[in-house]
Ligand binder design. Structure first.
Ligand code: NAP
Length: 242
């Protein structure tokens, strides 16, 4: 029986590539996108490669949309094996100083990157509990690592330009630790992924990794075996500090 995965923000960037790589491993992938047409288009493109792919509408900032997506997956499959909380946004504010970056911008980013992720996870948990080995992957970032932010010489010590985004990913890391602890006596594993600095639209094409390599961490965490870690922040097999 094929594993079933749902990828939020699965219509482009790291999410779409994660869906493709999971489908390559014979996972039935549900592409979730806030624009249903884009989800349908991505799923159709994946199916051309003889993959199993479906579409669902899911806006992580819309409670009704999240609930409807969870109901739809329950109706179609009755369970979910892998949830990839991939949808995310970065700041578009020209002011990246923590002393003055507008609070409205902090709210906008947290709405998607944290509250949307928490609400989506809570909605799909009943379905993940029906899986033999549920896996939850939160797309975090090295920018969420407070340890690396305050360590001179670390790759991010001198990069403080997106404080609200970084804090939202620190909060995702914290949620990862808390949820993994709550689920410690279940087969479900919960991890945070740093995909790398990846050449996607989020970075206007800048980055160190091509998109296929940027999806590898999410895919590896989605397919973890029973001895794999839970409650960690991981990049390409390496545990990063919180
Ligand atoms: P991207 O190319 O900008 O793609 C972002 C995806 O999130 C798009 O599919 C977008 O959908 C979706 N999204 C945004 N808001 C949404 C909402 N309210 N509901 C549902 N979907 C929504 O970004 P990416 O580089 O692939 O990033 C994917 C994840 O990796 C993000 O969480 C990001 O923070 C994280 N990350 C990326 C990098 C990097 O270097 N690229 C580094 C560290 C972490 P639309 O097409 O509808 O806008």
């Amino acid at each position: 029986m094929a594993k079933i995965a749902l990828v939020t923000g699965g219509n482009r960037g790291i999410g779409l590539e994660t869906a493709r790589q999971l489908a390559d491993q014979d996972v039935l992938v549900i592409v979730a996108a806030r624009d249903y047409g884009k989800a349908v288009e991505a799923a159709r493109a994946l199916r051309k490669g003889a993959h199993q792919a479906e579409a669902v509408q899911l806006d992580v900032t819309d409670a009704a949309s999240i609930a409807a997506a969870a109901e739809e997956v329950a109706r179609r499959h009755g369970r979910l094996d892998i949830l990839i909380n991939n949808a995310g946004i970065i700041s578009s504010s020209p002011d990246g100083r923590p002393s003055s970056q507008p609070v409205a911008e902090w709210r906008r980013i947290f709405e998607t990157n944290l509250f949307g992720l928490v609400e989506t996870t809570q909605a799909f948990l009943p379905l993940l509990k029906k899986s033999e080995a549920g896996r939850i992957v939160h797309l975090s970032s090295i920018l969420g690592s407070n340890t690396l932010h305050e360590t001179p010489g670390s790759p991010i010590y001198e990069f403080k330009a997106v404080p609200a985004y970084s804090a939202s990913k620190s909060a995702v890391n914290s949620y990862t630790v808390h949820l993994a602890y709550e689920l410690r006596d279940t087969p479900i594993k919960v991890n945070a992924a740093h995909p790398g600095y990846v050449k996607t639209e989020m970075n206007a094409g800048a980055g160190e990794l091509d998109v296929p390599d940027g999806a590898r961490t999410s895919v590896a965490l989605a397919l973890l075996g029973p001895d794999g870690p839970s409650g960690k922040l991981i990049h390409l097999g390496q545990v990063l500090p919180w």
